[in-house]
Ligand binder design. Sequence first.
Ligand code: G1P
Length: 297
Amino acid sequence: MTRKVTKAIFPVAGLGTRFLPATKSIPKEILCLVDRPLIQYAIDEAREAGIEEYIFVTSRGKGALEDYFDGAPQLERALEEKGKLDLLKVLNHSTMGSGEIAYVRQRDALGLGHAVLCADRLVGNEPFAVILTDDVIDAEKPCLKQMMDAHEETGGNIVAAMEVPPSKASAYGLLDVKDNIGPLVSVKGMVEKPKPEDAPSNLAVIGRYILTPGVMNNLRTQAPGAGGEIQLTDAIAKEIKKSDNVYGLRFDGQRYDCGSKAGFLQATVAFGLARGDLRDEFLEYLIEMLETQKAAQ
Ligand code: G1P
């Protein structure tokens, strides 16, 4: 029996420079797809996967994130008085219970591995999940839940995996596959952002992880890697050598890279079209827009 995973780490300390000037005063995790901040998608996915404790690794200037998950008594009262119960429900959805959420600061931006290590004491000696909010995954069964189900069978470490165009592979952590076991792959090597000639495959790590205490332990002594940063990929790769228990899951679902402007726009269109209350008007506009663009070419 594998131990149930109930804690998830959300590394949200990044500066979000790709979205300046918006991120000058708001954390990028608060940027919205239609009307829900990126962080809400991540939290909802975690909750549906059975996560009960949410650990945010933050930095200076991320105060708006803490407020977002707090109760908003004045606003709640106003909505109640006006009988806007549907909006009240939406609002309640974003409020976290007392003690469900914890914040820890990453003082220096030393990399993703270092951010995860900042949560070491809060996680303790148990398996944990990591969710990168930049990667928004639209799936019938949430990606982390797919991974949890696989984890019940395999135990060990599981990363979400997806084939990316070879020309873009160097922007990711890449897997060296040992065996294909259906959508699951066992992994014999992992490398963070290699040069194209050193890429073991174009099967990329996407920002969902279920990790063992062994990885946390490796992070304690992990030397800087790609980009001079302490890389989570490197600490996971060490576990392959030590325990041979690293898997990738080719998840079902559509992933959007909301850390890039193009990906964010694509996600906005997709999530907008998926909304019953917006679809008709939005689609009509998009078709018109496309026709105008085509005619102008
Ligand atoms: C991080 C990880 C990388 C992974 C990627 C997925 O990189 O370090 O291994 O492939 O997320 O989005 P980042 O995009 O933060 O540079």
